[in-house]
Design a protein around this ligand. Sequence first.
Ligand code: SAM
Length: 352
Amino acid sequence: MNTQDAVKDLRALSRLINTSIDQIENEMLSRGQTYPLLSEPYSPETEEPRMAPDILAAGSIITAAAAQLIASVSIPVVSALVTSLQYEVSSSLRAAIQAHVPEILREFGNKGLHVRDIAAHTKVDPSRLGFNWETLPPQSTVVDVGSGIGSMSLELAEAFPHLNFVLQDTPATLANAMNFWSMELPEAINTDRVVLQAHDFFEAQPVKQPSVFLMRMILHDWSDDKAVNILRHLCVAAGPETQLVIVDKILSYACTEDSFVGDIPGAVVERLPPSPLLPNFGYAAVSWYLADLMLNCHNGTERTLVQFRQILEDSGWKITNVHRSEDNFSKITAAPAHLVPRNLTSELLAKL
Ligand SMILES: C[S@@+](CC[C@H](N)C(=O)[O-])C[C@H]1O[C@@H](n2cnc3c(N)ncnc32)[C@H](O)[C@@H]1O
């Protein structure tokens, strides 16, 4: 079996889908029937054309071929993740049934209803470009907040020799970071170009006015109030030139987002998938939504850009740029909206 065989299989699967769709179309025309639309609510009457044995058989071929196509083109690790997280779907269905979401939605037909309004009915908590490193001035300090062993900082340190780094994490993680850097880039440790600093990001930030506060895969571990707390500490320590760079997944809505975030540079998705696929790539992006459900069980959450904007505004930051990646982490750059966050009173500051 070589690559050509694999491509032949993909084409054979795609042909099966197309010929079965042709068959459904011809039968519907000759019978004067309409195949049910995904966007229409279910009813026994609209389902009837699909229930004819030959139409069901064509549907089975499309389902099998589409599933095999998906399995053939998916990254195996992502397939394993999606399979292992399927239990989240059944728990979510149970939660939706217990909160009477189908009954609430039925009233609104295919217009749908914002999650906020569903929550209002159910009284359920609704919250349940790359960055241009090259242009930072020489000797700029990048503070990697919750750095882990510092794998992102290592890539940056290798690519941009004019930058210095402070890695902040728990003492136990920094012990691993020390081993990692001693093997990968010992001269950075020996010359203090990279400094390891034990720091709890719920406490006042010790590095004042750095060029960049970098946070990769941090905020999705925390609820909004905790995330705002972390971000406020950074805002209090920021100077007028400090930039915050958040590297995290930005969850997309299943509808276009221009009307919500069109004012933010880079926020509008330029390459939408071809119609009739959903703007969020539907099932191809399902692993992110399952990961979100998993994080929700631990008070964490993946966030949409609207949600990121909210926690940033609440902590004194203003988004200056967004670089979206549909299949990986995106980057959000923000600047201090004011040197002291607007809604930060002296009592709040004292508590930080
Ligand atoms: C998902 S990892 C991300 C690590 C790193 N940023 C990366 O992208 O590889 C989250 C990190 O946050 C650190 N962390 C958790 N709570 C922390 C706290 N209160 N203060 C500082 N770091 C913390 C963990 O030790 C862990 O290294």
